[in-house]
Structures are given as structure tokens and as C-alpha cells.
Ligand binder design. Structure first.
Ligand code: HAX
Length: 433
């Protein structure tokens, strides 16, 4: 396989580079950690390496040096190749990767049985994560590890497991949609289609002009990766650092994505817009939107879709979705409210002076576009996010194994220990005066 051969070619260079960088200053201080960071979710501490992508405060997502807005015409398969190798594939490498994904798309029967055994009221993310976890039984990585494969070769079974997971996850996710929301029987994949277009087909959403398939391609590209320190990426890497395989690691990470402050936020954003429209009772004017949002802020509520833990500009992924909406649904009522909010909310948040980032994040627009195509089941949106994010999570894991990254084990301290340290520092400072 071309991607496998490419990795085998570049991995020695990556290992050499990592050893050289380490050798340049093993004991250099890169960061100091403040008490605020210890109490504040380790925010901003530079303590992980992730080469697949980076998120700048004022740039947003950059994949392998390329701003995400320059990648919106690419296929998710191309992005997976880019995340892993640092290069976009040529036509031959892309076709080869797509062929691999097609031939790995057989979902084992027990996955369907697992999903069918769950009560209908189960959240779709529980269905998805259960399905990912039960496939652990198929892991090549675990088999090779148990057979004693040397550590520096383990990246290869990690790649095979990842390709199996990436091939199957849209098929599983689409079945969850159809079962959970009574959409009819499972649809069979059409393996002539690309990965995201197949997902669009399997969901069974009406798509006479093919634009829903385009939205799925864009959605899968935009959500594919967001560096290494967010909840799902870090949880996935931490689990994998104990040499747990892709199935254990990714299902664990996706449980983090299912949290309302992370991936689940996208369902909340659309819920907020629909509620705003319903509470106002008609297509709102700008003044009505402003008053509604002001009222929320005065009541200490957050405006969903605005603000970000690490961004300080309009999320370029929001911009990409708005461009798509302008092209395909300019007269849509809900999409119109997305644009009204963009004109109104940042100013209100700036005037309020609390939010560090008053700008829209990716979730402020994505739900409205799905809603336009009749995907009105908000509970499902985090599953779409997960299908896409598996590309980045898998790429990070394969590279971590290629580089033999060690088990992750930061040190925790007790409140009492911290209290003593701070008291001693205070005393020393007073004595100095
Ligand atoms: N509306 C109102 N107030 C907001 C706000 C918003 N959209 N965003 C931040 N604030 C407030 C915070 O609640 C906080 O108030 P308190 O001091 O009273 O607690 C203050 O501004 C400072 O917060 P911050 O440092 O700017 O933001 P955080 O890094 O703590 O949180 C969040 C980032 C994304 C969680 C936050 O902006 C938020 O709750 N936004 C709305 C929900 C949302 O859109 N979530 C999607 C995130 C995108 C994502 O990562 N998806 O996976």
C-alpha cells in the first residue's frame, strides 16, 4: 500500500529529527506552570507534541502548515494522508487509499447485534462508542503485541487497525442514524463513491443535486483534527500511551467528545437557534435577536456557538461553513439567523467584557446547514463530528507509535502540598523585602 510504504520511508527521518531535537536541550525549561494553570485545566501548558495540526490563537486550524481554509476543496481521505505524512497524496496514492478503505468496509455482524441490543432511547454517542469498542476483538495491534512484535514496528498494525476503523465507522454511524430515528432499513454502501459521499448516501438524506454529499465532504475535512491537547485527542493519546490499541483508545477519546463543553456543544448550538426563533415566534429582526441575546447574558447564560478555549478570532471553520451556506441556502431562515447572530453577538460579548473570545466557533454554523437538509435530529450531530475526528485521532496514534512515545504520566499534587509551596514562597518573598 502506498501510504504504508510512504510511512515506512519517512519514519526513520522523523525518529532522527525527534532524537536531534531532544538532544538539543533535554533539560531546557520550555514552560513554567502557574497555580492558575494547575487549577485551570492545565490551560496553555506546552507539554505535548502533535505534528498533525496546530491551532493558533489568531489563525485557527492549520494542518501540516496549510490553513484549513485552503483545504476545503479536498476529500477527507486526502486530509488523512496529509495528517499522517505531511503531504497531500497524488492521484495514485489517493486511489490506493480509497481502495484500501473500500476493501476494509465489512462491518462484523456482532456490531449490528450490539447496536440492536441497546434501548432506543440510548444516546447515539453511546451506540457509536459501544460499536467501536466491541471491534477491539479484531485488533491486529493487540495480536502483534501479544506475539512480541518489537515496539518500533508497532506503528504498522496500528495503521491496519486505523484503516479498518476509518473504513467502517461511517457505515456504523449511518446505521445508528437510521435505527435511532426510524429512518428505515440499513442502506448498502456504494463502493464507487468516495468515503464521505458514501456516508451521505448511507444516511439516506434526500440529495437530488449532490450538495449534501458536498456538505459531508466539507464537514469531514473541517472536523478532522484540532491539535493534541483537546479533551478527545488527549484522552485518546493517554489511553494509547499504555499501548492500548486503536479501538480502546478511540472509543475512550470519543467518550470525551460526547461532553457538552466539547463535541456535544454542536447540538446545543442549533437547539439555541431554534429556541430563539420559537421564543420570538417569527423570523426575528436584528433588534429582536440583540434583545434576546442581551437578556441571556444579563441572566448569566452563555451564547452557544461563541467563544473558544484557545481561539481569539472567528474560527475559520465557521467561515467555511458560512461560505457553503451562502452558496447553497442563502434564503434559509435558520441559516439567516446564524448570520444575524454573527453580526450581533461578538459586539455584545465584547461590551460584556468577560468572554476572552467573542467570536463564533465551528459549532455556530454547522447545525444550521444540517438542519437545512432535513437532518433535524440534534442528538446525532456529535456522531458526525466523531466520524470525522477519527481521521485525526488515528493519525496522531500511528505517529505516536512510530515515534515510540512513552506512557503519559504527569505528576499530581495534593492541595496541602500546593498550599505549603505557596506559603513558603510568600514567606521567602516577605523576608527578602
Ligand atoms: N456567552 C456568554 N459568556 C461567555 C461565552 C459565551 N459564548 N463564552 C465565554 N463566556 C464567559 C464564560 O462563561 C466565563 O464567565 P465566568 O467568568 O462568569 O465563568 C468568561 O466568559 C470567561 O470565559 P473564557 O475564558 O472566555 O472561556 P473558556 O475558555 O472558559 O470557555 C467555552 C470556552 C467555549 C466553553 C465558552 O466560550 C462557552 O461556554 N461558549 C459557549 C458554548 C460553545 O459554543 N461551545 C463550543 C466550543 C467549541 C468546541 O470546542 N467544540 O468542540
Amino acid at each position: 500500500m502506498i501510504l504504508r510504504d510512504k510511512l515506512a520511508e519517512i519514519i526513520p527521518g522523523l525518529r532522527k529529527e525527534a532524537a536531534e531535537v531532544f538532544g538539543m536541550g533535554p533539560n531546557e525549561v520550555i514552560n513554567e506552570v502557574t497555580t492558575e494553570q494547575i487549577f485551570g485545566g492545565m490551560r496553555g501548558i506546552k507539554s505535548l507534541i502533535c505534528d498533525t495540526s496546530e491551532v493558533g490563537l489568531d489563525t485557527g486550524l492549520i494542518i501540516r502548515g496549510i490553513p484549513i481554509l485552503e483545504l476545503t476543496d479536498k476529500l477527507p481521505e486526502e486530509i488523512f494522508y496529509l495528517l499522517l505524512t505531511g503531504e497531500l497524496p497524488n492521484d495514485e496514492a489517493l486511489e490506493d487509499l480509497q481502495w484500501e478503505l473500500r476493501r476494509r468496509g465489512d462491518v462484523p455482524f456482532y456490531v449490528w447485534n450490539t447496536i440492536n441490543a441497546l434501548p432506543m432511547e440510548t444516546h447515539p454517542m453511546v451506540m457509536l462508542n459501544s460499536a467501536v469498542l466491541v471491534m477491539e476483538n479484531e485488533s491486529f495491534f493487540r495480536k502483534r503485541y501479544d506475539e512480541g512484535m518489537p515496539k518500533d514496528m508497532l506503528w504498522e498494525p496500528m495503521l491496519w487497525d486505523s484503516l479498518n476503523l476509518i473504513a467502517r465507522i461511517p457505515i456504523i454511524a449511518a446505521y445508528i442514524y437510521r435505527r435511532k430515528f426510524n429512518k428505515g432499513p440499513r442502506i448498502n454502501p456504494d463502493f464507487r463513491l468516495d468515503w464521505a459521499a458514501n456516508y451521505a448516501r448511507l444516511l439516506g438524506v434526500e440529495d437530488p443535486d449532490g450538495s449534501f454529499a458536498d456538505l459531508m465532504r466539507l464537514y469531514m475535512v473541517l472536523h478532522s483534527d484540532h491539535e493534541g491537547g483537546n479533551v478527545s485527542a488527549m484522552a485518546t493519546q493517554t489511553i494509547n500511551s499504555a499501548l492500548s490499541d486503536v479501538y480502546f483508545s478511540v472509543s475512550g477519546g470519543l467518550n470525551g467528545l460526547a461532553g457538552p463543553l466539547h463535541g456535544l456543544a454542536n447540538q446545543e448550538c442549533l437547539r439555541f437557534i431554534i429556541k430563539l426563533r420559537d421564543d420570538i415566534g417569527h423570523t426575528p429582526s436584528d433588534n429582536e435577536v440583540r434583545d434576546y441575546c442581551l437578556n441571556l447574558l444579563n441572566n448569566k447564560r452563555v451564547i452557544a456557538g461563541y467563544g473558544h478555549a484557545v481561539l481569539r478570532v472567528t474560527d475559520p471553520r465557521f467561515t467555511a461553513f458560512v461560505e457553503f451556506g451562502n452558496k447553497h441556502m442563502d434564503d434559509d431562515e435558520i441559516f439567516g439567523i446564524v448570520k444575524q447572530l454573527f453580526n450581533i453577538v461578538p459586539k455584545l460579548l465584547m461590551e460584556g467584557g468577560k468572554a476572552k473570545d467573542p467570536w463564533p466557533n465551528v459549532d455556530a454554523a454547522s447545525g444550521a446547514l444540517l438542519f437545512h437538509y432535513g437532518m433535524t435530529e440534534y442528538d446525532y450531530y456529535t456522531v458526525l463530528f466523531s466520524v470525522s475526528r477519527v481521521l485525526g485521532l488515528a493519525a496522531q496514534l500511528i505517529l505516536n507509535r512510530a515515534l515510540n512515545r512513552p506512557i503519559i504520566r504527569p505528576k499530581s499534587v495534593t492541595t496541602g502540598w500546593l498550599k505549603k509551596q505557596l506559603a513558603a514562597k510568600k514567606k521567602a518573598a516577605e523576608e527578602k523585602k
